[in-house]
Design a protein. Structure first.
Length: 417
């Protein structure tokens, strides 16, 4: 049930209880607003299956840490793709764009002897330029994004080969770059990061709740807010505990424990882009254009600028993914950003809950979807299954996610929600 309070102006403000909030949530689910529910349930099922089949390896601290390192490129590209998908567009070139940006960094580091603080920004700038060009072609010339980015997909393969002089492998020796996706925080810093992250999340949730209450707006019950904070704290501290366990194969030679450095990098970008989409005018404009571009145009929103900007963000995030994969491999080659990286990245965004029809999606969806993708890849590898089975199963998961999206959209339209 709900309770009401009377404001100073005599307006009745409904204050939902925990029970009513839960009932409203299930009502939204029945109405087609599934959010990350299918992806989270799927992830839990996959962990249960692989954990039961290969408990000694899949559930080990070493494999848990490796999941973050292995998924970094996919997660970052998927984060950028969320922006493009929110507008109902697509970027098929993001995979090889990440490879080109990684090659730019590697060439500057190795061939030109420049420091990392020059090479890394140069790679990021390359990603932004790529995105701006793609965005202009889509927004100003009216070329469908599928065609533009398919052409770029082919073209960037040639650019990558040209940069690598026909297919050379360029090795990275810069210790800072190599540590980005291979290094770990100390045990003390790992716990400090977890505590600061949980406290920051709690503060943001409570300030948002208090702000809505102080303005006499409908706010979530405090019990729901507290439960969300407790859930994040449990997840963060449990993960940190596992990651700070000794996971070196031979402890006599070296010690390996602590949160991978790539985890704070993912969290920082997750927080930044979540804030941008949820709390800024720009974010509201992105959702508006994705929901109805013509209505957004009539409302005075610069639709073309929004379209150009999302492609720039997508390629920028692809550049981060390229930097991290080069860091992990300590080299760049003609296959960097190729193979199944693009398909996995698009799959991560869609499996996480981002709609292919535009207007619905969050950055966290890319992270959760990326976790599903990499758990499938990692678990099947540990089971000794061949690539054919991996592709078939991953394709079926992606098809299932797209089907859920389509059915949820149809349900939402039928119920008028």
């Amino acid at each position: 049930m709900t309770t009401t309070t009377e404001t100073a102006g005599g307006i009745q403000v409904v204050k939902p209880t925990v029970g009513s909030h839960i009932r409203d949530y299930f009502a939204r689910v029945r109405g087609g607003d599934l959010g990350t529910l299918p992806a989270v349930l799927g992830l839990l099922v996959l962990v249960l299956i692989f954990g039961t089949a290969r408990s000694e390896t899949f559930l080990s601290a070493l494999n848990f840490a490796n999941l973050f390192n292995q998924s970094a490129q996919i997660v970052f590209i998927a984060m950028g793709l969320v922006f493009v998908l929110l507008l109902g567009e697509i970027d098929l070139s993001a995979g090889f764009a990440s490879g080109v940006c990684g090659a730019v960094m590697a060439i500057m580091l190795t061939n030109q002897g420049l420091p990392w603080y020059v090479a890394i920004p140069a790679a990021m700038a390359t990603g932004i330029v790529i995105g701006l060009v793609l965005g202009v072609l889509v927004a100003k010339l009216g070329i469908p994004s599928f065609v533009v980015t398919l052409a770029a997909f082919l073209g960037f393969q040639g650019v990558l080969l040209t940069l690598l002089e026909g297919g050379k492998n360029i090795s990275i020796t810069d210790e800072f770059v190599k540590a980005l996706n291979n290094g770990t925080l100390s045990v003390r810093d790992s716990w400090l990061f977890a505590i600061v992250g949980v406290v920051g999340f709690a503060a943001a949730q409570l300030l948002r709740w208090r702000g809505r209450v102080s303005r006499n707006l409908v706010a979530e019950p405090l019990g729901i807010v507290a439960a969300r904070i407790a859930g994040v704290a449990l997840l963060a501290f449990s993960a940190t505990y596992v990651l700070t366990l000794e996971r070196a194969v031979n402890k006599a030679i070296t010690s390996l424990k602590g949160t991978p450095i790539v985890v704070p990098i993912i969290v920082v970008f997750l927080v930044i882009w979540t804030f941008v989409l949820a709390r800024t005018t720009y974010g509201r404009h992105v959702y508006a254009v994705g929901g109805n571009a013509e209505a957004a145009r009539r409302a005075g929103i610069p639709v073309d600028r929004i379209r150009i900007s999302v492609f720039a963000i997508c390629s920028f995030m692809a550049s981060i993914g390229g930097i991290l994969v080069v860091s992990r491999q300590s080299s760049v080659d003609p296959n960097t950003g190729g193979s199944n990286i693009l398909l996995y990245s698009v799959g991560a965004a869609v499996i996480g809950g981002t709609s292919l029809f535009g207007g619905k999606g969050k950055i966290i969806y890319a992270v959760i979807g990326g976790a599903v993708i990499i758990v499938i890849e990692n678990g099947m590898t540990l089971l000794g299954l061949n690539s054919g089975v991996k592709f078939i199963f991953t394709g079926l998961v992606l098809l299932a996610a797209a089907s859920v999206d389509a059915l949820a959209r149809r349900r939402a339209m039928a119920t008028g929600s």
